[in-house]
Design a protein around this ligand. Structure first.
Ligand SMILES: CC(C)(COP(=O)(O)OP(=O)(O)OC[C@H]1O[C@@H](n2cnc3c(N)ncnc32)[C@H](O)[C@@H]1OP(=O)(O)O)[C@@H](O)C(=O)NCCC(=O)NCCS
Length: 222
């Protein structure tokens, strides 16, 4: 089991955040960009940090590379590390009654295990706790993984920004989720959470440090 902690980004993890950003987006925000976010009272930046042994498939190592690094041999598909590892990063800005989701990223070696769903759940739950009424974001039409994830939480397409992305010239789809204060949204969040927990457990992740479920207000990260 690997412990998974959700917490706000602090200066301690800045380098790791910039590295994760580089891996997932090719460098969307610089280090000073992240520093500005830390200083902004409107910005909510959450990270998922893995603590302890991480035994997960590594897409980045070929068998020979892994065996070279691990002379004891073993299964080349797994890589172990005993350090804390930043596996997810998410951010929203509170603007009037809206939560603008600006970043959602899961380390490429740990995607498709439920971490993105957990992180989006945590962001939206916090937006709801902050009494925000809508959530919105921009996404590439080609980003099927993200689109499918946002659909699970009830986001729908609200429009397009033409040639928004400088790297590919692609339009941006504007996604929108209304009704954050509603009971219906609370149920959507609760369902997404209930769905993801067993999936995370299958991959060896154990949630640590907080009462995750929506409706529980004991948590101090809000
Ligand atoms: C988008 C992203 C955050 C998803 O994180 P993840 O941890 O892999 O997602 P999860 O394992 O929690 O998957 C949850 C759901 O997302 C969708 N999804 C995730 N990866 C997918 C893929 N490769 N293909 C299709 N759907 C996918 C599915 O709906 C999935 O649910 P399902 O497995 O029950 O079908 C991750 O792919 C990522 O970091 N991508 C690069 C950065 C990025 O594009 N961020 C979004 C910018 S708007």
């Amino acid at each position: 089991m690997t412990f998974l902690e959700l917490k706000p980004l602090t200066k301690t993890q800045l380098n790791a955040a910039v590295e994760l950003d580089r891996l997932c987006f090719g460098g969307l925000w610089t280090r000073s960009g992240y520093e500005r976010e830390l200083d902004s009272s409107n910005s909510k930046l959450l990270i998922l940090e893995a603590r302890g042994v991480v035994d997960q498939p590594s897409k980045s190592l070929q068998p020979q590379e892994f065996l070279a690094e691990n002379s004891a041999g073993g299964d080349w598909k797994t890589v172990s590390t005993r350090q804390n590892l930043l596996v997810g990063l998410g951010c929203f800005w509170s603007i009037l009654e809206e939560a603008h989701i600006t970043i959602l990223a899961v380390h490429p070696n740990y995607q498709r295990q439920g971490l993105g769903q957990l992180l989006l759940y945590a962001l939206l739950r916090d937006a709801k706790r902050h009494q925000l009424e809508w959530a919105t974001l921009e996404v590439k039409p080609s980003n099927q993984a993200a689109l499918s994830l946002y659909q699970k939480f009830g986001f729908t397409e609200a429009g397009r920004r033409r040639r928004y992305y400088k790297d590919t010239g692609e339009d941006a789809l504007i996604l929108w989720r209304s009704g954050l204060p509603s009971q219906e949204f609370e149920e959507t969040l609760a369902n997404c959470y209930r769905q993801v927990v067993p999936r995370l457990a299958q991959w060896g992740w154990q949630l640590e440090n907080e009462e995750w479920e929506i409706g529980n207000r004991k948590l101090g990260i809000g």
